[in-house]
Design a protein around this ligand. Sequence first.
Ligand code: 2P0
Length: 348
Amino acid sequence: MNSKRKRIIADFTYNPVTAKAHANIALIKYWGKRSVDLNLPAVGSISLTLDALQTTTTLQFDDHLENDILQLDHRIVAGEPLERVSTFLDLAAGTIKRPRAKISTSNNFPTGAGLASSASGFAALAIAANQGMNLQLTDKELSKLARQGSGSAARSIYGGFAEMRCGSSLNDDSDDFAQGLYNDSYWDLRLLIAVTSANKKEIGSTEGMVRTAKTSPFYRGWVESQNEDLDEMRRSISNKDFEKVGELTEHSCFKMHGLAMSARSPILYWNAATTKMIHTIWNLRKKGIAAYVTMDAGPQVKVLCLPGRAELVKQAMLSVEGVKQIIEAKPGPGATIVSDDQQTVKNN
Ligand code: 2P0
């Protein structure tokens, strides 16, 4: 793997190891890569981990298996998702040949529809691999490992507010890691998620980012203006300035989507309900209710508000045509192991 960490012991746990991680929502968005091969981001990002969107992953090494097996939301899947998971476990094992594995993972929310399932998925897998292979990684190293599965996954290692830092080298990831800013008890906020479609997105994030970087005339401006947004967001979170956090969250979101729309061919992740929801929230704001929208690589709309306004905002969101479900989230915890019976077998 690219990261400079050293493997300490080559012990594999043959008993199942289960990890949990929560998805996160980027308040300052990541979009674009300096290196696709190493999955190095072109910009830093700041996120909030969410309690309501959870992935549970069980990793079990088994020498009797012919191949790795991936079970996703109770169905065996092959092809690209399995390859991605197998490659990730190989990366985690480094130069050591690892046993084959069964990976069972389930989300309590729709997979691949812009609800950050790859973030919670690879964060959970990184934590499980760390335990299952006895890697003894620090949080920083875990975030680097998770990043190699999916850029946003680095942030889900942490609870509450996290920042993904962006290095400058094209072939080295020593400065590309996430760190926790404030834990999940720092600030009681609500993020209401309007699910407007449970379908898998048509343009994956990586494809969207690559196309945008290659073809948008605004890409340079996006990269160059990111540090200012990150600085302002860090300051606003530390001041608990909700209006400023909300305003910056919307700004980063629309800047990212405007950028993606300016790619050739254009990338538009929204549907009719997405735009209706944006106007509904902006109308609430005109009436003095502080609520702010953000969208990711999908048509779902996430609305940030204070706890005292959550019920009112939720009712307004439910009135939008095309909304299938509202998920109410609070700041959530970092990724953890939830079970492991500690029997390890020496790998020779
Ligand atoms: C983010 N997104 O900061 C941005 C905002 C979507 C929009 O990170 O290619 O699955 O695996 O590194 O992390 C979603 O993309 O991308 C994402 P890869 P990832 O949350």
